[in-house]
Ligand binder design. Structure first.
Ligand SMILES: [Zn+2]
Length: 195
């Protein structure tokens, strides 16, 4: 058996080993030693992982069925505001007794080490483009100001610059309609454009 370091992620399974059918449930509160995730949000060092582990003795090894609840923090991908997100992951993995290529994980001594599994599952669960809310309007592309803080002005300016030609046409059409419905239905297009 290979040597290993006992950490908060290692669980003693000596009383389950080679006892098929035996079952233990363990609850662990683990303080994250080192940040999980490299994106806009991550589970920061010092955050707590609430781990519910169900450990079941099978003929080949120990089956660990694990649920982890924690919180990720970072920034919104659109407006860069600080955000916190709940994270829940669940997985099941067999820790084999023997060095068998069929299994990725092994019982080490009389322990199983949940750290690589928990770390991989948590990192995979983190959103790639986290948002503070689904309809976050983001930042003004010109000024970089948070649009949420400028609910009236900023979107209006954007529409004006992009659609000024179209809105001008619409205004002309509207005045044409007014003229047609008005008191001088016989007026020619040329006369209307002048007025
Ligand atoms: Zn946002």
């Amino acid at each position: 058996m290979s040597k290993f370091n006992k950490t908060p992620f290692t669980v003693n399974v000596w009383d389950l080993m080679h006892q098929p059918g035996e079952l233990r449930e363990r609850e662990l509160d683990i303080v994250v030693p080192e940040k999980m995730g490299e994106g806009l949000v991550a589970v920061q060092a010092g955050a707590t992982l609430e781990v519910d582990a169900r450990l079941e003795s099978l003929h080949d090894g120990i089956l660990a069925t694990v649920r982890v609840d924690t919180e990720a923090s970072g920034v919104c991908g659109r407006c860069l505001k600080d955000i916190e997100l709940p994270v829940r992951v669940e997985f099941a993995e067999l820790f084999a007794y023997s060095l068998d290529e069929a299994f990725d994980y092994q019982v080490q001594g009389d322990h199983v080490d949940l750290e690589p599994l928990i770390r991989d599952a948590v990192v995979l669960a983190l959103p790639f483009q986290p948002v503070c809310r689904p309809d976050c309007p983001g930042l003004d592309p010109v000024t970089g100001e948070r649009l949420e803080d400028l609910p009236e002005r900023a979107p209006q300016e954007e529409i004006d610059s992009r659609w000024s030609a179209l809105s001008q046409l619409l205004t002309e059409e509207a005045s044409t309609d007014t003229a047609t419905d008005g008191a001088t239905p016989s007026a020619s297009p040329t006369e209307r454009e002048k007025s």
